[in-house]
Design a protein around this ligand. Structure first.
Ligand code: C5P
Length: 227
């Protein structure tokens, strides 16, 4: 099923992932593999998922000196994933290095702007950033564009910024009506994300923690489509 809903597969083991995927047979959802699974199962699992035909967003959020990030990206380049990412806070030179590391592949590179678990107050009180989230997202997104990246990770509330800059937006912080927010602060529904201009939505617990994940997934797909 071709759509732009990405399931955040935050599981502790490959067994848990494959058990979760069992009822999705035939739907072939786009999967986000993040740190929890990657650190537990490594690149072989990613290769296996690619062989099975899944589209993969490898969400490892790299942030280090440019040389280290370029070399790490060279390793990621061999996995053939569809999207991967860095933190925009690593700076333009680091983002350019990450892009060089992916040269010769079709992997899209996007930059995390401000995590959807942070808000204006945390920026001010803990990170010493005295600007509203929206302004910081705009600055970081502009840097990502300067570095030649394909897009950004941001809240749907900031998806318009990506659009304005001609970038794709991959937006977590999605909750279906009636769901718990958990640790996320800036959340919207899939329908609102669509109306705000998100290119892709990333949905984790609203699907994975539900007693009927396929039903929740299909709700997201329906809400996040114009039909
Ligand atoms: O369960 P939930 O829908 O909140 O999961 C969101 C997913 O998106 C998590 O895997 C989290 O790591 C990721 N993410 C995020 N905010 C960002 C970037 C990634 O929540 N800015």
């Amino acid at each position: 099923m071709d759509n732009n809903v990405i399931i955040a597969c935050d599981f502790k083991s490959k067994e848990d992932l494959f058990t979760f995927l069992e009822p999705f047979k035939g739907l072939n959802p786009y999967l986000k593999i993040g740190m929890e699974l990657f650190y537990a199962c490594g690149p072989d699992m990613v290769r296996e998922l690619k062989k099975l035909g899944f589209k993969i967003f490898l969400d490892l959020k790299l942030c280090d000196i440019p040389n280290t990030v370029e070399k790490a990206m060279r390793s990621i380049a061999k996995l053939g994933v569809d999207i991967t990412n860095v933190h925009a806070s690593g700076g333009i030179k680091m983002m350019e290095a990450a892009k060089r590391g992916l040269e010769g592949t079709n992997t899209k590179l996007i930059a995390v702007t401000i995590l959807t678990s942070l808000d204006d107050e945390t920026l001010r009180n803990e990170l010493d950033i005295n600007k509203p989230v929206k302004d910081v997202v705009y600055d970081y997104a502009s840097n990502a564009k300067k570095a030649g990246l394909d897009g950004i990770v941001c809240s749907p509330l900031e998806a318009g910024i990506a659009k304005e800059l001609g970038l794709i937006s991959v937006t977590p912080g999605i909750r279906l009506e009636g769901d718990q927010k958990g640790d996320q602060k800036r959340v919207t529904t899939p329908k609102d994300a669509l109306n705000l201009g998100s290119t892709y939505i990333v949905v984790g617990r609203s699907i994975t923690a539900s007693p009927d994940p396929v039903k929740q997934y299909l709700r997201c797909v329906k809400e996040f489509s114009n039909d």
